[in-house]
Design a binder for this molecule. Sequence first.
Ligand SMILES: CC(C)(COP(=O)(O)OP(=O)(O)OC[C@H]1O[C@@H](n2cnc3c(N)ncnc32)[C@H](O)[C@@H]1OP(=O)(O)O)[C@@H](O)C(=O)NCCC(=O)NCCS
Length: 174
Amino acid sequence: MSDLTTVPLATARLALRSVELDDVPTLVELANDLEVARRLSRLPHPYGEADAVRFVTEISRQGAHWKVVERDASMVGIVGLNPPNSGTAELGYWYGRRFWGRGFATEAGRRVVAYALEESGLEALVSGYFADNEASGHVLRKVGFVEQRRSPRRCEALDRDLPHVEMLLIRDGR
Ligand SMILES: CC(C)(COP(=O)(O)OP(=O)(O)OC[C@H]1O[C@@H](n2cnc3c(N)ncnc32)[C@H](O)[C@@H]1OP(=O)(O)O)[C@@H](O)C(=O)NCCC(=O)NCCS
């Protein structure tokens, strides 16, 4: 049995908390960027206030989704576990472009993976990245994922199928 909720989490540099309607302006500012959206399968582009409100009130309430906040500073991105199915959830994340390259995705990813597999009782996590997004592939490998298979996946922002790498992390296989 898994019990997946958006409990507050912390790392050395980051606080992970649930998103609220107050976060809508920052979500729009960070997510309305084609360089972010083209690397994700389901982030609309352009990304407006209605998209952010829907994320806060609907999407983020399914599974567990955290805003990633640099301690004593502002939101840098989002990390989430999409609703579990038979003991498995899908890890997804994005960070505002000006916050890339500082190790935040790896640091928050490690904490969420530990929460999912050691604290919430999930058996496995799936994730994936578009094949040209080597930074994300690197993050996933660093937190323990291994490649499963490659097959095209829809990119909503670009409205076309792109080469995609499916990744898997099994609790007892780490
Ligand atoms: C992908 C993304 C999450 C990475 O976030 P980040 O905080 O910059 O990631 P980190 O700094 O923790 O780690 C990135 C790693 O990839 C490496 N990297 C960066 N660009 C790379 C490239 N072009 N090729 C190979 N490795 C690369 C970095 O050196 C770093 O590895 P290191 O710590 O061993 O040096 C961020 O760029 C992002 O939000 N992109 C848009 C949305 C997205 O891609 N989400 C994931 C969808 S699968």
